[in-house]
Design a protein around this ligand. Structure first.
Ligand SMILES: NC(=O)c1ccc[n+]([C@@H]2O[C@H](COP(=O)([O-])OP(=O)(O)OC[C@H]3O[C@@H](n4cnc5c(N)ncnc54)[C@H](OP(=O)(O)O)[C@@H]3O)[C@@H](O)[C@H]2O)c1
Length: 271
């Protein structure tokens, strides 16, 4: 039986095992996907161990997404982003960032093309990074805003090497024109800041596209407000499912059933 898993610290709330195990079952593939809690100082030894044990693939989550690149070979987009969430373990360890793919796929599923559009990303952490690089790669202009300006400016500088990207302080957004608003912060997340908006409510303008990467709850305060204002909405749960589906495909060469993975993720989130 092939073995896959997710390594992070902490990792106990991950819904990835539910998604992947449901897909293996639906496809009749004899494989198992487990959670591995790996302390930051143990990343290298964990990867050596995974290889020695014949583990075929790993998802990587906070705080290891950057560290794993020291021990693996990234594809072009992943190298630009500087963080990976998927490892395919062969003779070499190959690294991919399927968060970037998942975000674009979630937008596409909602009928949102990004080429030539202006996207405002709130946040400058791992998720914002992956989304910003994926967007400029597809011809969008990216506006970054972030609570900590220095971090936002650093991301802007990095992305600008590959496409159009500017930074705007979070309190100066009122006159900025954009087509797509993306929340890449945990603001609005259950157990962190439920019911809160990541930006001033005046920024959520009628007719724009609003994408909240937060997937728990699915209907965040931002999504509810966007719907009230007649905006097209894109759900974080779809990004989660598509990033998982892409990892699955990278490991097995098989396209998994999206509906099965989404149902399993939603069930796991309900606890
Ligand atoms: N749907 C998916 O598949 C998916 C995948 C990955 C992540 N996500 C979502 O994206 C969120 C961020 O993940 P990440 O990996 O990018 O985390 P991260 O690397 O820790 O970055 C967090 C970002 O959120 C900002 N932030 C945190 N708390 C804030 C607050 N109270 N007010 C304003 N800004 C705040 C941080 O700003 P500072 O720089 O000022 O600290 C930073 O820009 C997650 O919580 C999750 O909900 C979703």
């Amino acid at each position: 039986m092939d073995c896959y898993g997710i390594m992070g610290y902490p990792v106990k709330h991950s819904v990835s095992p539910a998604m992947h195990n449901a897909a293996f079952k639906a496809l009749g593939i004899e494989a198992v996907y487990a959670k591995f809690e790996v302390k930051p100082e143990n990343v290298e030894i964990a990867l050596k161990g995974a290889k020695a044990l014949g583990i075929k693939g790993l998802n990587v989550t906070i705080p290891h997404k950057e560290e794993v690149l020291k021990f693996s070979k990234p594809d072009e987009l992943t190298a630009k982003i500087g963080a990976a969430n998927t490892l395919k373990i062969e003779e070499e360890i190959l690294a991919y960032n399927t968060d970037a793919y998942g975000a674009i796929k979630a937008l596409e599923k909602a009928g949102v093309g990004v080429s030539g559009k202006v996207a405002l990303i709130v946040g400058a952490g791992g998720a914002a990074r992956a989304i910003a690089f994926a967007l400029v790669d597809r011809g969008a202009t990216v506006v970054i805003t972030n609570r900590t300006e220095q971090r936002g400016l650093k991301l802007t500088q990095d992305v600008r090497k590959y496409g159009n990207c500017v930074f705007v302080p979070i309190n100066d957004l009122e006159n900025v024109k954009f087509d797509i608003l993306i929340n890449a912060t945990p603001v609005g997340m259950s157990g962190y800041m439920p019911g809160k908006l990541p930006v001033d409510e005046r920024i959520v303008r009628e007719g724009i596209v609003v994408f909240d990467t937060v997937y728990n709850p699915m209907e965040t305060a931002l999504i509810r407000l966007a719907k009230m204002r007649g905006c097209k909405v894109v759900y974080g749960i779809d990004m989660l499912v598509y990033q998982g589906a892409k990892s699955f495909e990278i490991w097995t060469g098989v396209t998994p059933p999206i509906d099965v993975m989404k149902k399993a993720a939603l069930n796991a989130l309900r606890g």
